[in-house]
Structures are given as structure tokens and as C-alpha cells.
Design a protein around this ligand. Sequence first.
Ligand SMILES: Nc1ncnc2c1ncn2[C@@H]1O[C@H](COP(=O)(O)OP(=O)(O)OP(=O)(O)O)[C@@H](O)[C@H]1O
Ligand SMILES: [Mg+2]
Length: 240
Amino acid sequence: MPDKLILKVKDMETHIGQYHILQGVNLEVPEGHVTVLIGRNGAGKTTTLRSIIGLTPPSKGSVEFNGQMIHGLPPYTIALKGMALVPEDQGIFSTLTVEENFKIAMQKEDKVTLERKDWILDVFPDLKPKLKQKAGGLSGGQKQMLSIGRSLVNDNKLLLIDEPSKGLAPIMVETLANAIKQIKSHTTVVLVEQNFWLASAVGERYYIIDDGQTVHEGVMEDLIKDKVLQQRYLGIGTKE
Ligand SMILES: Nc1ncnc2c1ncn2[C@@H]1O[C@H](COP(=O)(O)OP(=O)(O)OP(=O)(O)O)[C@@H](O)[C@H]1O
Ligand SMILES: [Mg+2]
């Protein structure tokens, strides 16, 4: 049986002010997998994630999440249905401790939520000794872990992660790859990622976004072999 689709985006268009930013985004995201969105700077990747969760509401098209049409709903309503966005700027509270950042994110403080927090700390063990420290003092990688971890603390079915590797050292990117592999057994992931190493290490399916449209899709193994496609849309050189 084919995997259930947790997210289906059809002909999505988004205007920001007078600008027609997204002009036809189509995505089918199977549950329990990592789907990667790639594309050049300014292609519309962030706007795609923000439009799915309702922060820049689509002007046309449909977004179906877990069997329900959600386009036009406010972001907090969509979030309560089990979707979270880990934004590019991470959005953590620097003056609060790591523990407080978790607490503030929790929709409930019941047993399962606290168990999920323990699981998150197993996925990101670096955060364990930092629980009582201010989030502002964490390293770039640890901040990214907290940002992702915080989004996992609720019973989310879908996590949208925007370029988590930005500015991280290669060793941290590897840590992130391992974490995302663990996360997908728990929550479906849509990952925007320009770091092709990370995208190909964790991604199972890919979509390429160019000029506000989805222009290619397929299984990651095919994209890894397709140097022409990589160069055309991602500006990736011959470097392995
Ligand atoms: N608030 C805004 N007002 C006007 N134009 C915007 C706004 N937000 C985004 N854009 C434009 O929309 C296009 C898509 O931007 P978006 O941030 O979605 O791209 P991206 O693929 O995430 O790029 P990057 O790789 O740099 O993060 C860009 O041309 C950008 O300049
Ligand atoms: Mg972006």
C-alpha cells in the first residue's frame, strides 16, 4: 500500500503585498518520511513553508493536511492541528533558559508531553547539561537543536524545518542529520535545505522550487546521480 499523504499542496500561489511570490507550488508529502525542498536563493522555499502554515496565506490553490483543508485558517489553528515550523531565525527566547524555552512551547504539561521532552533530550543529548542555562549562551548548533526540539515537544504530525544547517560547522551538520533521521520515525519532516550533503543524507523525496514554482520532483537517489539537474537549479559544482 502506498504511504498515506500527510500533506498535499495543490497549485498554491501566494502574494506578498503587490508581489506574486509563489506561482504554482505542488507538493505531496508521504507520512513518516523526510521530503526535502531545494532551490536557489530567493526561489520561494521559505515562502512555501510560511504559506503552508498560514503565516503568508496562499491567495490561490489548496493545502490539505492530514485529510483536512487548512488553507485560509490562521497559523495558530493550523499549529494546533499538529504542524510546526522551525524558522530560519530559530525563534528561540535567548533570555530564557533552555528548560523555560521547552516549557513555553508546551501546549500541555501532561505525562506524554514530558516523556516526549525526555525523548528529545535523548535525540539532542548536548542540551541535557544546558537545561538551566540561558538559551542566548548556546552555540549555533545547540540553538538549532533547541529550536527543533521545542517544536517536537507537542504532538506534532508534521515539522517544517527551514535551512537548519545555515552557519553551522560540518560536525554540527552531521549531528543534525542523525537527529532528523531519528525524528522522522516520530514526525513527518519537510526540510528546506541548500546544503546538498544534508539534503541528500536525510531526504527520501525531493522537490525543486524555482521562481516560485515546483519544477522537479522525485526520489533523492535520482537527484544525487543527476549532476545536470543539480547544476541547473542548485548551482552545485562538481564537488562531491
Ligand atoms: N516580505 C516580503 N516582501 C517582498 N518580497 C518578499 C518578501 N518575502 C520574500 N520576498 C521575495 O520572495 C522571493 C522568495 O523569497 P523566499 O524567502 O521564499 O526565498 P527562499 O527560497 O527561502 O530564499 P533563501 O534561500 O535566500 O532563504 C524572493 O524574491 C524574496 O525577495
Ligand atoms: Mg529561505
